[in-house]
Ligand binder design. Structure first.
Ligand code: PGA
Length: 254
């Protein structure tokens, strides 16, 4: 059975003292909740702190982006190896906040997925449609285009090294989460697409939902058969709220 995974995407938030309070609060909050997996993706300067606090604990950590190149003249970028040097297990790639600003093309994201897995990282590949695309009924078309761009780089078997996250852009940071039923429909559609290519990969790959996940809607999302976890933005800035989501994930697995 696939385990549930809760990932915090802290985005460009935090400070040394507030991060410490958050990470220690999460460790305390999940003590009796070991049926799910947890990870926290922090801004790069805070990776050393995440490693110092979380090492040896059930909470993994990761970056929010990385370069597809190993080294070189890429001012402001961080390589996969740099992330692994700080103990990262995960890295978010293709987040809509980066796609929309023109930093990430489908092709570049495919390459990044591949180099992340080669470096021993688990990429969390974000895909999702905009509000205009949603209203035009293009959700399936857009998410499959984004997923296929990665599959054409790495082959369907390459997906085994990562995690998929469906994040409708209209639900991110808006407070308007997709309904659990909508999330289930899209995730089941995506899994079905992968299944046509490779049944084993489809059965095992963790597919998350992200977009205004809160303690209030988490349990319903976790009750859906294809929702293997959540990617949490704003609610991960509140320790109690994030811990409640983690607890709901663990409870859903008992
Ligand atoms: P949100 O962000 O939870 O604040 O909507 C989710 C994300 O961007 O991953």
């Amino acid at each position: 059975m696939r385990r549930k995974l809760v990932v915090a995407n802290r985005k460009m938030n935090g400070s040394l003292p507030s991060n410490a309070a958050f990470l220690e609060g999460v460790l305390a909050g999940i003590l009796d909740y070991h049926h799910a997996d947890y990870a926290v993706c922090v801004p790069h300067p805070y990776l050393f702190q995440a490693e110092a606090i979380l090492k040896g604990s059930p909470v993994a950590w990761g970056g929010q982006n990385m370069s597809r190149f190993a080294s070189g003249a890429y001012t402001g970028s961080v390589s996969p190896r740099m992330l692994t040097e700080f103990g990262c297990q995960y890295v978010i790639i293709g987040h809509s906040e980066r796609r929309q600003r023109g930093h990430d093309t489908d092709h570049a994201i495919g390459e990044r997925f591949e180099v992340a897995t080669q470096a021993g990282l688990k990429p969390i590949l974000c895909i999702g449609e905009t509000l205009a695309e949603y209203e035009e009924g293009m959700t399936d078309l857009v998410t499959i285009r984004q997923l296929n761009a990665v599959i054409s780089e790495i082959g369907v078997k390459g997906l085994a090294g990562g995690v998929l996250s469906y994040e409708p852009v209209w639900a991110i940071g808006t407070g308007k989460a997709a309904s659990a039923e909508h999330a289930q429909n899209v995730l089941s559609f995506l899994r079905g697409h992968i299944e046509m290519l490779d049944a084993e990969i489809a059965k095992n790959i963790q597919i998350l939902y992200g977009g205004s996940v809160k303690a209030e809607n988490a349990a319903k999302l976790f009750s859906m058969s294809d929702v293997d976890g959540v990617l949490v933005g704003a609610a991960s800035l509140n320790t109690d709220e994030f811990v409640a989501i983690c607890q709901a994930a663990s409870n859903a697995c008992v």
